[in-house]
Design a protein around this ligand. Structure first.
Ligand code: UDP
Length: 356
């Protein structure tokens, strides 16, 4: 393949795409990036392009702040127009956002080979918009790069052995990012000086099932407030969560900071005592940096973290949250097990993509 179009739009996709962009450059592949605009603030988007040296998007669609249908529809229209003009040899999509699904639909209908990075993941919760996006994207892709054995098995269980698609287990590109950027983060980030805490817990909350349910959100904030009385909690707050807290007039007792760049995030992960999150990516990053994680969800796609005792699922139950916090206070774990590959996932994927 000579010319690839990469479609990104949300924060975790910038981080994942950075790893493949670097490999495409090494292999001399022409890559054009379409940024749908799903995330657009400087600290939700630009900072990642700058820090991770991701090529500037060739196209910016600036589509955001719409309902799921309107957003996906407009993205589909915009992406289709570009694909017809650019005639790429392949389209690469990442993860499970509306940008992923829109890109996948546009490419598949134009019969352009579609490559899904982070394929096969399932939460088995169809109320999650991400689950719908994952399932549909996988079903119309031509090449599925799976991060884990569980992801490969999920596809087999859904009958993917019977359809003409290539399934490749390459490992997790987020592990590549964590390994590659960790040294740079040490040099460039001063976030630890800024927050001025030697001992703290890092938490993130942005998943719709938590932010859009007042009850769930209040339970989580109550639980974090209580934990904060023992160990300070630091939350780089997602814009959606910040807006909802303001609407509900909830003022948490713990420390809220603006969303941070990837270098700062790495330093927070490296230095914290524990991670509490409803993010998909942050659950794994806790593991990459040797930290236990409490997940504010009922299910996770990253079941191997739970099975190995690194992660506890507590949903939005403040009692379970506090119990898990107490449990992890004294637990020691060996994080050296290889669950996500050894930082070669992007290299494996890029080499395969070039051969297609
Ligand atoms: N992240 C970041 N700054 C923040 C919060 C998260 O750089 O303030 C990174 C985090 O390290 C991870 C990615 O964003 O790599 C996860 O994105 P998010 O939680 O928004 O999405 P999800 O992984 O749940 O799809």
């Amino acid at each position: 393949m000579k010319k690839i179009i990469t479609i990104v739009g949300a924060r975790p996709q910038f981080i994942k795409a950075a790893t493949l962009s670097r490999q495409f450059q090494i292999l001399g592949v022409e890559e054009l990036i379409i940024h749908t605009g799903q995330h657009f603030d400087t600290n939700m988007s630009d900072v990642f392009f700058d820090e991770m040296e991701i090529p500037k998007p060739a196209y910016q669609l600036e589509i955001h702040n719409l309902t799921h249908g309107a957003m996906t529809g407009r993205m589909l229209e915009g992406i289709e127009e570009i694909l017809i003009k650019e005639k790429p040899d392949g389209v690469v999509v990442y993860g499970d956002t509306n940008s992923t699904l829109a890109g996948a639909l546009a490419a598949a209908k134009l019969h352009i080979p579609l490559i899904h990075i982070e394929a096969g993941l399932r939460s088995f919760n169809m109320a999650m918009p991400e689950e719908i996006n994952r399932i549909l994207t996988d079903r119309i892709s031509n090449v599925l790069f799976c991060p884990t054995a569980t992801a490969v098995n999920n596809l087999k269980r859904e009958g993917f052995d019977n359809i003409p698609v290539r399934i490749i287990k390459n490992g997790d590109v987020m592990q590549d990012a964590a390994m590659y950027y960790a040294a740079k983060a040490e040099q460039k980030s001063d976030v630890l000086k800024q927050i001025g805490l030697s001992k703290f817990i890092l938490a993130t909350i942005h998943r719709q099932e938590n932010t859009d349910s007042t009850e769930n959100l209040k339970n989580i904030i109550d639980g974090l407030n209580e934990i904060n009385r023992q160990t300070p909690v630091v939350v780089p707050i997602h814009p959606r969560t910040r807006n909802i807290l303001a609407q509900l007039n909830i003022i948490p007792e713990f420390k809220l900071i603006d969303p941070v760049g990837y270098f700062d995030m790495i330093m927070l992960l490296k230095s914290c005592q524990l991670v509490i999150t409803d993010s998909g990516g942050v659950q794994k990053e806790a593991f990459f940096f040797g930290k236990h994680c409490i997940t504010l969800r009922e299910q996770t796609e990253w079941v191997e973290l739970v099975e190995n005792g690194f992660n506890i699922l507590v949903g939005s139950d403040s009692k379970k949250l506090k119990d898990a916090f107490e449990f992890f206070k004294t637990k020691k774990s060996d994080f050296s097990i290889n669950l996500y590959g050894k930082g070669k996932a992007a290299e494996i994927a890029a080499k395969e993509i070039v051969r297609l």
